[in-house]
Design a binder for this molecule. Sequence first.
Ligand code: ZN
Length: 344
Amino acid sequence: MVSLLVRTFQTIGKFSLAATIGMGVAAGDALAQQAAPSPGSAKAVFGAVTLPTQGPPHSIGFYAKGCLAGAVALPADGPTWQAMRLSRNRRWGRPEMIGLLERLSRDAAKNDGWPGLLVGDISQPRGGPMFNGHASHQIGLDADVWLTPMPRHKLSVADRETLPFTSMLAKDKFLTINDRVWTPAQGRLLMRAASYPEVERIFVNPAIKKKMCDSWTGDRSNLGKLRPEYGHDSHFHIRLRCPPGSVGCTGQAPVAAGDGCDKTLAWWLGPEPWAKPKPSTKPPVKPREVMVSDLPKACEAVLAAPAAASARAATSGAKPADAATETETMPVSGNTPPGNIPQQ
Ligand SMILES: [Zn+2]
């Protein structure tokens, strides 16, 4: 039974099962679709854009159905972070998101014994759906952070593409933390991230949630922000609230009160979320691709709006002179073939 569950978990857990319980819209990463998007689909159109719009930030729509104006980029390197998978060109976000990541990296390095963040995907330059890897991350308010500490040395661009993800789970056991890779520092990092009021929720694997429920001895008032979700065993996913006054940004129902170490977690740890869906007698219906016209109307204007002068000019902390002197150096992801990018 256990081995069956493990196999089920490994083979189909991240894909079809997420759909069966309708978690995709709320959760994000689980509903990755790996097929190449058709020309003209929202994934193709937003994936081909290499620069953000000029002007102030606007998150338009919902985390899993929207777009982003006025994005800024997280610098590829900071004193306490390194951005990963640069070829994807997904280190764009609302200034609030970028600022939060920079702050978390500093606070965790100073207080939590966490040397620095390896930052994964945030959003595309103008947000929108991505051709692989995530259902959410569309409005600049979601970010993935690795559960692997930043190495002391500066990773090369090539290393940032290929450094493998390290799961916090034991390979041969069902939903069990591997204590050879998990340390209390990961727990401190998660709770540091959850401590900021602007952080709305954080997605982690159910086994990580359980570990936190069992082991966290500090203040538990933010523990409820850690939400169990498929995947998320090598990274965690930070979601910010719609910033105050952001008209057009659609928030999410707040997390339930309490620490979440309750029957909702017990459900995740039981067989139901991991059970194989019953075979259907009907032929499978191919989901219709999301087109730009399916997104909020304002996203068409975001696509048409003038671009920032350069990636560097739109990077957090850029000096005004950068806008005039920059030549484009940032790798772009528009034509990357889908098969080459590990799903995360
Ligand atoms: Zn994510």
